[in-house]
Design a protein around this ligand. Structure first.
Ligand code: NAD
Length: 338
């Protein structure tokens, strides 16, 4: 049983903690918090030992009635691996200033640059690249979504070229100070966006160009994808491949799942923790092959699609499982992923 810690128990960190705790070959040894807020309180209520990143603030936690088990540095000494879920940029600093110095393996999230970490990870795209690695970055929610559906297409019929237009949520649901509230923002206002090169850190040999917009929604991202195919296949072949692919969920708009709002409601009906949707929903009606070009539309639940990938990355890095498929199936079973 491997001891895993979460540094930064926020939107991603709290979900990765629960996903790790649901496995039978790893457990959460503790999580870190900077502030004595509701997430710190619920971490302790969920049974996680809480360690503080800023020791001088211990009295604030005591005053808030939140039990502290020690400092973050004390937690790191107990771990086989830490999952760093701090805001973008902090993880790369932690790598140099903390983890390297104490010889601790670490996973980072999509807010870090690939070059700062060295290896990027997606379960179906390139699992084996991370076996026994010390530092690995689980790519962002958008890149994870693109890799999840492009990998089965690539395996089925080869890819000449990908073009994707990504409609991104303006903020996560709890981010009250972020927008836009009433605007559509080309983000970035240049082409290509950084997402294409990020996909190439996983699927190195495909040509992919992306454009991205921010819109006033907090629920999910939405992607519009055009793929020039190497070999000819039918629309039904692609639909079959999406049905079989891991963590991809073809959905029918005709069943009332024609929007991100209805998909989020469906995730709640599935009884998912926090209403999360770990799979990438692909609208069946949107899948179409015309003159050897594939078109499809998908959604991405930004707060949760990367969570099972973190569990698989832990297995690869700690040598718990050498085969992607075996880890994916084990993680999926423990998390009730369809
Ligand atoms: P968040 O702000 O919700 O959580 C970050 C947590 O880290 C907070 O609890 C914060 O208090 C803590 N923290 C901040 N500075 C710290 C420090 N110096 N030391 C220890 N803890 C610190 O952020 P998030 O949305 O969970 O994002 C975390 C990472 O995941 C980022 O790299 C982000 O790009 C990536 N990511 C986010 C999303 C998303 O939609 N939220 C999706 C995929 C990947």
């Amino acid at each position: 049983m491997k001891n895993i810690g979460i540094n930064g128990y926020g939107t991603i960190g709290k979900r990765v903690a629960d996903a790790v705790q649901a496995q039978d070959d790893m457990k959460i040894a503790g999580v870190t918090k900077r502030s004595p807020d509701f997430e710190a309180k619920t971490a302790v209520e969920r049974g996680y030992d809480l360690y503080i990143s800023v020791p001088e603030r211990e009295q604030e936690f005591i005053d808030a009635g939140i039990e502290v088990s020690g400092t973050a540095d004390e937690l790191f000494e107990k771990l086989d691996l830490v999952v760093d879920c701090t805001p973008g940029g902090v993880g790369a600093r932690n790598k140099e200033e903390i983890y390297k110095k104490i010889g601790l393996k670490a996973i980072f999230e999509g807010g870090e640059d690939h070059d700062a970490i060295g290896t990027s990870f997606n379960s179906t795209g390139n699992y084996t690249n991370s076996i026994d690695k010390d530092y690995v970055r689980v790519v962002s929610c958008n890149t994870t979504g693109l890799c999840r559906t492009l990998t089965p297409v690539k395996n089925l019929c080869g890819i000449k070229k990908v073009r994707a237009v990504m409609v991104r949520r303006g903020a996560d649901p709890s981010q009250v100070k972020k927008g836009p509230i009433n605007s559509i923002i080309p983000n970035p206002p240049k082409v290509p966006s950084h997402h294409g090169p990020d996909v190439q850190t996983i699927l190195e040999d495909i040509s992919v160009t992306t454009m991205a917009l921010l819109v006033p929604t907090t629920l999910m991202h939405q992607h519009n994808i055009m793929v020039e195919l190497e070999n000819s296949v039918s629309t039904d072949d692609i639909l079959d491949e999406f049905e079989k692919a891991y963590r991809v969920m073809p959905v029918a708009a005709s069943l009332g799942l024609g929007s991100t709002a209805e998909i989020m409601e469906y995730a709640k009906d599935l009884g998912r923790s926090r209403g999360d949707m770990y799979e990438i929903p692909v609208w069946k009606e949107s899948v179409n092959v015309v003159d050897n070009e594939l078109f499809y539309m998908q959604a991405v639940h930004q707060e949760s699609d990367v969570v099972p990938e973190n569990v698989d990355a832990i297995r690869a890095m700690l040598g718990l499982e050498d085969e992607a498929e075996k880890s994916i199936l084990k993680t999926n079973k423990a998390m009730n992923i369809l």
